[in-house]
Design a protein around this ligand. Structure first.
Ligand SMILES: C[S@@+](CC[C@H](N)C(=O)[O-])C[C@H]1O[C@@H](n2cnc3c(N)ncnc32)[C@H](O)[C@@H]1O
Length: 429
């Protein structure tokens, strides 16, 4: 009896730990490139580059996509380089997405990512150059502030990608020499959960902020560092000092400060150039941190102007007040930036700086700003996250604002991150 023809077999589902061969396509937000897996699902492939053919190990799955690590490169991209960091690679430190990418190609990939988010989320067709800011030869030695994880034995390291397991690390190639010289990985920290090392690019003793699950640390480590624990200074110093364009800033452990040594000057110049503050104008610096833009704006508008700085964190407000001593035109408000505050407490500013946390300012705050009458002359939106920036830009454009300029800076070499400064203008002012 004749047998029926065999049914064409459906490709079986790919599951974690499978090894698959993939043709790699465009970069995607999140540090991987996009490929199509054998079962038809999208695969986000870390440690790969557009145009490569790789063997990859599947690391996780959802119903709609897979994640994988390229473990062997069958056809390499011309942009591929050997990672400088011994901790980079599949299953290792989760910190740097681009250790295997030449610096020029890193910037092109970031340009692709920004253009993609602007188009898809913001509805804006624009490609901007990601500018090299200098100060990090080979993309290394730039992190003035590094957060380390600590395991239950007190060993210091970084979390592996999407994992709680620890890659022990004695020294990090993207950190500054001063951060590495603090040598927090040379000893164990029983009882600590996280450490943050902060070292001024201008010199001085680094400060280590310790987060611990215990009430006390088991003794003070014999390192040449200041130590802060639960807001208490165990050993001085508890802050670093940084000079920016002739202004002196004190920044305490735990208070936000830009991590790249060139960032503070580059961003201050970009904001001032974009806003063009005039003597006597009123400005609002929303999400002001330790006052980086507040002080620069205060000098620019002069004693006849006003700068209203809004910041929610108590320690940041203390630094902000200290950093703006002698500038009577600065008014500091410790509060959340909310629609009611924008409508009622910042006056009618000519200029606004928005430098929110990663999640962006959001619709309600932006609608309150758009409701100010008269409208500000210009706004500067500073962001380290293209997707929320693009979402917020769309809201501002819909309300009649125009994107006067957009600049992108490579403030985070070896990672997919990029800093944006958008200048928004009202055509009617
Ligand atoms: C990205 S930092 C910018 C700080 C400053 N512009 C700088 O460059 O150093 C954002 C700051 O906003 C503060 N912040 C975050 N959400 C806030 C909110 N809803 N209201 C007020 N401040 C907020 C944080 O404490 C942080 O200091």
């Amino acid at each position: 009896m004749a047998m029926p023809p065999a049914m064409p077999s459906k490709p079986s589902a790919t599951v974690p730990d499978d090894i698959v061969e993939l043709e790699v396509g465009a970069i995607a937000a999140g540090g991987g490139c996009v490929a199509r897996g054998p079962d038809g699902r999208v695969v986000f492939v870390r440690h790969s580059l557009p145009g490569e053919r790789v063997r990859a190990r599947v690391t996780s799955e959802t119903t709609s996509f897979l994640r994988a690590d390229a473990i062997e490169v069958l056809v390499p991209s011309d942009d591929r380089v050997d990672p400088v960091c011994p901790h980079a690679g599949p299953g290792r430190c989760g910190g740097c997405d681009f250790q295997h990418v030449s610096l020029g190609a890193q910037r092109r990939l970031k340009e692709d990512l920004v253009a993609e988010q602007l188009a898809r989320v913001g509805g804006v067709d624009l490609r901007v150059e990601v500018e090299d800011v200098g100060g990090a030869p080979g993309g290394l030695g730039w992190r003035t502030r590094v957060g380390f994880a600590v395991d239950s034995e007190g060993v210091v390291g970084f979390h592996r990608h999407r994992s709680h397991s620890l890659e022990p690390v004695a020294s990090c190639p993207i950190a500054t020499d001063a951060v590495n010289a603090a040598a927090v990985g040379s000893i164990q920290w029983p009882g600590a959960r996280q450490l943050e090392v902060f070292a001024s690019p201008d010199g001085g003793t680094p400060v280590v902020l310790v987060e611990t699950g215990k009430r006390r640390l088991d003794g003070l480590p014999e390192l040449e560092v200041g130590l802060v624990w639960k807001g208490r200074t165990l050993r001085s110093p508890d802050h670093v000092v940084v000079e920016v364009l002739g202004n002196r800033f004190e920044v305490h452990a735990g208070v936000f400060w830009q991590v790249h040594p060139r960032a503070v000057e580059v961003l201050t110049r970009a904001v001032l150039d974009g806003l063009g503050p005039r003597p006597g104008e009123r400005a609002a610096d929303l999400y002001a941190g330790a006052g980086l833009f507040t002080v620069a704006l205060a000098r620019a508008v002069g004693p006849t102007g006003v700068v209203t700085a809004v910041e929610r964190s108590g320690p940041a407000v203390a630094d902000l007040k200290r950093n703006s001593v002698g500038l009577a035109q600065v008014e500091v408000i410790r509060a959340d930036v909310r629609p009611g505050l924008v409508a009622n407490r910042i006056g009618r500013p000519d200029l606004v700086v928005l430098d929110p946390a990663r999640s962006g300012a959001g619709r309600e705050v932006l609608e309150a700003l758009c409701g100010l009458d008269p409208a500000p002359r210009r706004m500067a939106y500073v962001s380290c996250e293209p997707a929320p920036f693009a979402r917020d830009l769309k809201i501002l454009l819909a309300a009649g604002w125009r994107l006067g300029s957009l600049r992108a800076f490579d403030l985070f070499p070896m990672t997919e991150h990029v800093e944006l400064v958008g200048i928004l203008e009202r055509p009617d002012r």
